[in-house]
Design a protein around this ligand. Structure first.
Ligand code: NAP
Length: 251
């Protein structure tokens, strides 16, 4: 990776111990950002991401916080500012699924997904916006999903949360543009992570057949687009949703 577009910038990535978040943290670190690697329970995995960033010559620190806890979100942003000296980039990536058909979906599964995938983005963005508005610069990248654009049978909770993230993204972009703070969303399609690991070969083939590029995505495919949005190359891009899905949805 020869690009060093994020040199001198400080970034905080939620849910960066595994999957897409880990790939984002690694990519931002490789492009020169100092990275706060947030995790909830996977301490060792988060430390491994930190070690990998440092091993490649970058700067990183692991920070535990459950993003469903609003006070913990405030504290996490505070810690990131304290340890990195400032906050230029927030990536709201932490997310879960609790799939089930609507008629059988429990209140607990609805509430857990809305709390983790939507309310956390509000709480983290609110805390970060206060910091970024003061410094009159910064950028927020929210990880939505193509499911938030198109809906999905068996994922009413997840689709609602991910659609909510898109509305939140556009509203934040409108509110903060005058302070030179940008906010965009990335909508991944099917990406190979723990979240999609339970798919069997037949399911994988069926999914790949619906993707113009004919394959599931890699976490690094998403990280590359996040790095672009976080960089000054995207200085004139705000309020946008970029699908990273190999050509599954054409909006
Ligand atoms: P993953 O492999 O399951 O990893 C989830 C990450 O989120 C982990 O680092 C986990 O940390 C963290 N996390 C979960 N709950 C948390 C909480 N309450 N507080 C803090 N961190 C928490 O998921 P992924 O596939 O990489 O997905 C990452 C994001 O991309 C999610 O928002 C997901 O909805 C979105 N996405 C994924 C796909 C896909 O195909 N994989 C497609 C579209 C969108 P711990 O391990 O420490 O709990």
């Amino acid at each position: 990776m020869s690009l060093m577009r994020l040199e001198g910038k400080a970034a905080l990535v939620t849910g960066a111990s595994r999957g897409i978040g880990a790939a984002i943290a690694l990519r931002l670190g490789a492009e020169g950002a100092a990275v706060a690697v947030n995790y909830s329970g996977s301490r060792e995995a988060a430390e491994a991401v930190v070690d990998a960033i440092r091993g490649a010559g970058g700067a990183a620190v692991a920070m535990q916080a459950d993003v469903t806890d609003r006070a913990a979100c405030e504290a996490l942003v505070g810690r990131a500012v304290e340890e990195l000296g400032k906050l230029d980039v927030l990536v709201n990536n932490a997310g879960i699924t609790r799939d089930g058909l609507l008629v059988r979906m429990s209140d607990a599964d609805w509430d857990a997904v809305i709390a983790t995938d939507l309310t956390s983005v509000f709480a983290m963005s609110r805390a970060a916006a206060r910091v970024m508005m003061k410094s009159r610069s910064g950028c927020i990248v929210n990880i939505s999903s193509v499911v938030g654009l198109a809906g999905n049978a068996g994922q009413a909770n997840y689709a609602a949360a991910k659609s909510g993230v898109i509305g939140l993204t556009k509203s934040i972009a409108r509110e903060l543009a005058s302070r030179h703070v940008r906010c965009n969303a990335v909508a991944p399609g099917f990406i190979e992570t723990d979240m999609t690991a339970q798919l069997n070969d037949a399911q994988r083939e069926r999914i790949a057949a619906q993707i113009a590029l004919g394959r599931l995505g890699a976490a690094a495919d998403v990280a590359a687009v996040v790095a672009f949005l976080a960089s000054d190359d995207a200085a004139y891009v705000t309020g946008q949703v970029i699908a990273v899905d190999g050509g599954m949805t054409f909006a």
